[in-house]
Every structure is written in structure tokens, then in C-alpha cells.
Design a binder for this molecule. Sequence first.
Ligand code: AHR
Length: 317
Amino acid sequence: MNARTYIGIFAAASLALAGCGQKSAGDKQLVVGYSQIGAESGWRQANTASIQSEAEKRGITLKFSDAQQKQENQIKALRSFVAQKVDIIMFSPVVESGWNPVMQEIKTAGIPVIVADRRPDVDPSMYVTLIGSDFVEEGRRAAEWLAKKTNGKARIAELQGTVGSAPALDRAKGFREVMARYPGMKIVISQTGNFTRTEGKIAMEAFLKNPQGRSANVLFAHNDDMALGAIQAIEEAGIKPGTDIIIVSIDGVKDAFQAMVDGKLNCTVECNPIIGPQLFDAVEAVVANQPLPKRIEVKEGVYDQSVAKSVIDSRQY
Ligand code: AHR
């Protein structure tokens, strides 16, 4: 039985029960299982807060599990949601591959799946919808901004996100796609910082000890937290972030805006984590047997130092 069939049966059963004057599936407290990646970044913490507060607002029981950035923990959580017979499963897959067996088990159990934020490498019939950002476009936007800022001439150090994750793969792809139009833009060194501030700092320290890394005049970080860690490493090395090294990153967290106000970060491309309302709208649509598009994208912008001061107070995360 696939998710669509399940939803049809789910709705039909609800109506039949309601007709008999019994408690319908629509009347009972809805239970949603959510497997979150972890708390690796300011973005993720804002994302979790948005999901938890939205569930509470709508009176939906949320079984929330934090995987501490480990796929095996996410798979365990998904299996436990199946065992608990939750009504709907949501998850944000830490990496793209390795989900087929557990997704098959969920499908066999007839539980609809809503994917949040990151894409899993499975047949799209395994889930109802994927709600999240266009990571390729974010990578393109970072490169477009940089090309303008540097007149298409840059020696770039790149801090990549978690290896094998959709945002790391897509941001790298979008960035390189635009870079290909500018022969003067070159990536001279690239390493993962796993989307965390600590690992971003360690990777930047390693860059600064490497002749290629030291030759870079630009840093492209796949998220703000890694950029903020790198800024610490750059300052400790006696170099001026935002001046000696131009820095562009992705997310748009408040700390990144503060770093722009302080002149240490040059640009952040927004990746909006406040998707709780959209996710739970989708949950309610599934329960009401309403159709949903396979892909729902989140709207986002680009912010640099020129607007940071006027925008910082209105940032939600
Ligand atoms: O999947 C979204 C990415 O994950 C965010 O850019 C990053 O900060 C987070 O850890």
C-alpha cells in the first residue's frame, strides 16, 4: 500500500466511523513522529523550535527525536515510530542515501511520510511531499553575489556541509555552475566542516596552515555556523575577516547578521528554517485527504553588509 492509498483508506475509515457515531480518526489526537537531524547549527535550532511550537499550537502530539547527526539514530527513530503506530512520520534526512529499507518498512505499515528540509535518495512515491529550500539555487546566489563583489576574480576556500547531505551536494553544485561563467574564480581548497561552528573553525585553521589555503582571498561556507567558526580562526591568525578575506555563507541566522554589522562577514544567502507552519499544513492536508504537490519550496532572499543593520532586528531566527 502506498502513502496515497493509505490516505484514501484513512479518510474513508474516518468517515465511516463518524457515520456510526463513533470516535473518528479526525477526532482523536493526531500523533506525528519527527526525526530531526540534530542541533548542529543555529539554523537547526530555529527549525526545531518552529516545528515544536507549531505542533503545540495545533494540539498535535509530536514524538520528537534528535539523531545527533547520525543516520543510524534516525533509522532507529523511524522504526520506533512505526512500532508506535504514529499517524504520520516526518523527517529531515541527514544524508541522501541509505533510506530505502526503512522507507519500505514505513510504506508497508501504511504510514504517510512528509519529508522536511533535505532530500532522501528514494523513489518519490515513498513520500507524500518534500517541503524545503532549493539548495542549488542558494549555491548559485552565493556565487552570483561573489562574482559581482570581486569582478569575477577570486581565490576561494570552501567549507562544505555534511558529506553526502543534500545541502552540501546542491550548494556545491549551484556555486560551481555559476563559477563556470567566470574563469577568474577558482576554488583553491575545499573541506567539510560538517555544518558546525567547531568543525568550521578547525577546518579554517587547517586552511591557514596550507599554502593553497593561505592564498585564498575569499571564503565560501555552506552555512553560517561554519563561517562564524572560521571567522574566529581567521581573527586568531591575525587576519581581518570581511576585509582581508571576503566571506559569503548561507542561512541568514541572527549571529551572521551581527557578524555583518561588525564587518566580519560580507554576505549571507537566506535558507529559511521556519517551516513548522508549512509542515503542519501538509499534515492536516494529508489527514483531510487533500492533494499536495510533491515539492513545496520555501521563499528566500540574499542579504549583505549594506542592509544588515536595517534588517537585523526583524530577523526571526
Ligand atoms: O539542511 C539545511 C542546513 O542544515 C542548514 O543550512 C544548516 O545550517 C543546517 O545544519
